[in-house]
Design a protein around this ligand. Structure first.
Ligand code: PGA
Length: 252
């Protein structure tokens, strides 16, 4: 059975002090609970400090982005090796905000996937359709294109170090979450398609998170769907109490 995985994407929020307090509260609230996997993904400047705050606890550390090179003349960028160096286990790749605001292509995202895996990070790869695409009945076609492009040349073995996050763009930060059935349908499609790309056994073991306005009051129903294996939480991950309530909904 796939263990649920709840990750908090803090996005470009917090300052060092409140980030540390937030991480400390998550660590305290989670205690020794290991029936659910938990990670927090703070902004780059705070990663090293938050690494200290979660040290020795089951709370894992993730970054929100990376550049697909080890070192070099890439002003302003951060390499996967640097993320490992400061204590990250995970990196989020292909978030819709990066796809839309920073025009990241599936090809570029695929390069990040390979670079991050090579450095020893686990990758949380985000995919999802816009409202127009959903209204135009293009959801599956969009997911198909994103999966084919971002998972190019990913083997079944590499998929074992990946997590997918289905995040319908229209549900992110809007307060309008996908219905449990919409999430389940998309997740089942993603799992089937990943099976064709990387092999059925690897797809069956793959954790697929749902993201988009996950809150304490909708987490349990979303997480009860058979193919919804966790949540990538934005806004609600900035309040320890709310994030921990979502984590709790993932325990069974
Ligand atoms: P949200 O963000 O929970 O604030 O909708 C989710 C995400 O973008 O990962």
């Amino acid at each position: 059975m796939r263990k649920k995985f709840i990750a908090g994407n803090w996005k470009m929020n917090t300052r060092s002090i409140d980030g540390e307090l937030l991480a400390a509260s998550v660590v305290k609230g989670l205690g020794a609970e290991t029936r659910v996997t938990v990670a927090v993904c703070p902004p780059f400047p705070f990663l090293a400090r938050i690494a200290q705050a979660v040290k020795g606890s089951p709370v894992a550390l993730g970054a929100q982005n990376c550049y697909p090179k080890d070192d070099g003349a890439f002003t302003g960028e951060v390499s996967p090796a640097m993320l490992v160096d400061v204590g990250c286990q995970y990196v989020i790749v292909g978030h819709s905000e990066r796809r839309q605001l920073f025009k990241e292509s599936d090809e570029f995202i695929n390069a990040k996937v390979h670079a991050a895996l090579k450095a020893g990070l686990k990758v949380i790869l985000c995919i999802g359709e816009t409202l127009d695409e959903r209204k135009g009945n293009k959801t599956e076609a969009v997911l198909d294109t994103q999966l084919t492009g971002s998972l190019a040349k990913v083997t079944a073995e590499q998929l074992g170090n990946m997590v997918l996050a289905y995040e319908p763009v229209w549900a992110i930060g809007t307060g309008v979450n996908a219905t449990p059935q919409q999430a389940q349908d998309a997740h089942a499609f993603v799992r089937k398609r990943v099976g064709q790309l990387c092999g059925a056994a690897a797809a069956e073991a793959l954790v697929i998170q749902y993201g988009g306005s996950v809150k304490p009051d909708n987490a349990a129903t979303l997480l009860s769907q058979p193919d919804v294996d966790g949540a990538l939480v934005g806004g609600a991950s900035l309040k320890a109490e709310d994030f921990l309530a979502i984590v709790k909904a993932g325990i069974r």
